[in-house]
Design a protein around this ligand. Structure first.
Ligand SMILES: Cc1cc2nc3c(=O)[nH]c(=O)nc-3n(C[C@H](O)[C@H](O)[C@H](O)COP(=O)(O)OP(=O)(O)OC[C@H]3O[C@@H](n4cnc5c(N)ncnc54)[C@H](O)[C@@H]3O)c2cc1C
Length: 371
């Protein structure tokens, strides 16, 4: 597209910040409008693989990303009660060269800080909540403040779906764990619940624990609420001692409802296009929603730079992204990722910066092909 095209990115999340950085590098004028007044270091971690590292490499952020978070020695799956090892993916040199980059666990706020680094100063306009978009024929003008979401402009009004799980989350200093240190990154599995426990910093001083527990109903809105630590610990009564030690070390627990949305393949309308959770909010059970958002940003930026008009660019973007995201949605609903022996190359080996833009996804990169 013509480099004189001005681009408004709505939301300074993982997809928005990544797209803004890549589009500015491609020569576009980009402004990002974010509803919150500013970012704070709210407590949560995120797991990201080589498919994300390869995108961050294009923003010269890969080294800082891997050095700010931690490169875990392995991803472990263990049985909730017996502690039996169900699966192990070692992140050794062989694995990194096969996937083409490191696997990293990191504090979300640290990742947000990194993603802002490549942006031209004053790119982000905080305190701007989108309320509508006015189409004047030759230009779109975003309107802010009364709270409508960009996705409603493309997909209409449609509420998220509470999936009957809540996610208590806690961040705390590793010194609170008594006895042996925990493993770098472990998912603990029970038939009706699971927990992730991992470090978020290279010195292994900051631990993140997140569980997905059965929850019949959620009366609040989508906002987190303060959790009851004793109730949280009680949910681990039958857990293996290694898991109990991590859970008992928590101080403050915050509980989030888990929502997703049914698959909807309408991702663009006119000159408005969606990325990330706005068009494919997935259950966080594959730990892949953020990765998918960053991959979206990379493919969309390339399509905008490469093709002459928005209609062609957005059609190519969705053609490339929908099958892969559909696979991620399906695996997330099944909650099967790395529970046992798992083919992971198609996911971590993917390079959103080099996949061809002129044809549908090769089967090797998209094994389930949910078209
Ligand atoms: C418990 C949990 C654990 C997870 N763990 C992982 C993981 O380990 N790995 C992984 O890859 N993914 C994980 N995910 C998923 C991941 O967090 C999301 O998929 C990812 O953040 C989506 O990125 P995004 O850019 O689409 O949206 P976000 O990062 O949510 O950003 C959206 C931004 O838009 C802003 N915004 C919203 N509405 C408006 C408006 N009207 N006007 C202006 N701004 C607006 C918001 O304030 C926000 O800053 C997890 C999710 C959950 C719930």
């Amino acid at each position: 597209m013509d480099r004189g095209t001005r681009i408004a990115v709505l939301g300074a999340g993982l997809a928005g910040l990544t797209a803004a950085g890549l589009l500015q590098r491609a020569g576009f004028a980009v402004a990002v409008y974010e509803q919150t007044p500013g970012f704070s270091r709210i407590g949560a971690g995120i797991i990201l693989g080589a498919n994300v590292s390869k995108v961050l490499r294009r923003l010269d952020l890969e080294d800082a990303f891997a050095a700010t978070g931690i490169r875990p020695d392995a991803f472990l799956s263990r049985a909730w009660d017996s502690g039996e090892q169900l699966y192990r993916l070692d992140f050794d040199a062989d694995c990194e060269s096969r996937f083409g980059g490191p696997f990293v666990t990191i504090h979300r706020a640290d990742l947000h800080q990194l993603l802002q680094r490549p942006l031209v100063p004053d790119t982000i306009r905080f305190g701007h909540k989108l309320s509508g978009i006015e189409d004047r024929g030759d230009a779109l003008t975003p309107r802010f403040e009364n709270g409508a979401r960009a996705r409603e402009l493309v997909l209409g009004k449609e509420g998220p779906r509470f999936i009957g799980r809540s996610a208590p989350r806690a961040v705390f200093p590793a010194v609170r764990i008594k006895g042996n240190p925990i493993d770098d990154c472990t998912k603990w599995w029970a038939p009706d619940r699971h927990t992730l426990a991992y470090y978020m910093t290279p010195d292994r001083q900051e631990v993140y624990v997140m569980a997905a527990l059965p929850c019949d109903r959620w009366d609040g809105d989508g906002s987190p609420v303060k959790g009851d630590r004793d109730e949280f610990i009680a949910a681990f009564d039958t857990a293996h001692p290694d898991l109990k030690r991590a859970v008992e070390a928590t101080e403050d627990v915050t509980v989030w409802p888990i929502y997703d949305r049914p698959r909807n393949d309408t991702w663009h309308k006119g000159r408005v296009v969606l990325m990330g959770d706005a068009c494919h909010a997935v259950r966080p059970f594959m730990a892949a929603g953020g990765s998918a958002a960053i991959e979206d940003a990379a493919i969309l930026s390339r399509c905008i730079a490469e093709f002459d008009d928005p209609a062609t660019a957005f059609a190519r973007y969705t053609m490339i992204r929908i099958p892969r995201v559909a696979d991620i949605q399906q695996i997330s609903i099944a909650n099967s990722w790395m529970h046992g022996p798992t083919e992971t190359d198609w996911f971590f080996g993917y390079d959103a910066c080099t996949v061809p833009l002129d044809r549908a996804m090769p089967e090797a990169l998209c094994p389930n092909l949910q078209r």
